[in-house]
Design a protein around this ligand. Structure first.
Ligand code: FPP
Length: 246
């Protein structure tokens, strides 16, 4: 089936988030070092970003590096940071050509200086692009994000800037890294694992979850189109009944 032609462009998910998993297994299957899997993963990143832009998806968020990933062997962490810097340098043109704004979520102050500098530079250079927002989750952990959010709100209540009675879901949204993004509509995880791994726990409250066995380095826009087609053929009830929706 040609999924691309069967996608309803008026009902696209406003926000797609992806847990890019399986780089290590892809490399192992081919007898390569893990780094080769991450390297090939950047080809998948580019294709999926272009696929989203081609359709008109407004927000794409990629889980590129979790707070827990700092515990991997130093060599692997260094490889991922090096790939981040080289991809940012290389892909700034793709972002410009496709009118894509780069954004990041996570504790970027813990990134190596060079990676942080390059990231902030590309964020600044693409700030006025409007077609799509590409968010990289870097040194990101959802529990850390929520903990920060609670601390900020508690401080504001203590100083009188906010009153306890006005703290509602929108106030919480405004204190998360994702403050400028809509809720996630579709969450995709590759490689056959079926877990959330501390990714956007608050923001996926009503997301449709889609799991595929494809390893991230093999993932291409056609696979994404299939996921979007699948999403469009689900009934999203947001707690209501089928009858209420129709
Ligand atoms: C998970 O595979 C993937 C990662 C931890 C990193 C994702 C990074 C990239 C795709 C490359 C760089 C990204 C950008 C945005 C430039 P894994 O290593 O956990 O795979 P495994 O579970 O098979 O071991």
């Amino acid at each position: 089936m040609n999924y691309r032609d069967n996608i309803d462009l008026n009902k696209l998910p406003k926000h797609i988030a992806i847990i890019m998993d399986g780089n290590g297994r892809w490399a192992k299957q081919k007898g390569f070092l893990r780094a080769a899997g991450h390297e090939e993963g950047t080809t998948a990143v580019r294709d999926v970003v272009e696929g989203c832009a081609e359709l008109g998806v407004e927000n794409l968020t990629l889980y590129a590096f979790s707070t827990e990933n700092w515990n991997r062997p130093k060599l692997e962490v260094d490889t991922l940071m090096r790939l981040l810097v080289s991809s940012l340098k290389k892909e700034i043109k793709t972002l410009a050509d496709n009118d894509i704004k780069l954004n990041s979520i996570g504790n970027i102050s813990s990134l190596p200086k060079k990676a942080k500098r390059e990231l902030l530079d590309v964020i600044e250079k693409t700030a006025s692009n409007t077609r799509m927002t590409l968010t990289l989750a870097l040194s990101y952990g959802s529990r850390e994000e929520i903990t920060n959010c609670v601390k900020q709100i508690a401080n504001k209540v203590k100083s009188g800037e906010l009153s306890e009675d006005t703290v509602d879901e929108s106030v919480i949204n405004e204190h998360l890294y994702t403050r400028n993004l809509p809720d996630v509509d579709l969450l995709i995880r590759t490689s056959g694992e079926q877990r959330i791994s501390n990714f956007l726990l608050w923001q996926i409250a009503y997301a449709e979850l889609y799991f595929t066995k494809i390893l991230w380095p093999d993932y291409r826009r056609e696979n994404l189109f299939e996921a979007i087609y699948n999403y469009q053929n689900r009934e999203r009830r947001f707690g209501k009944t089928s009858e209420q929706l129709s």
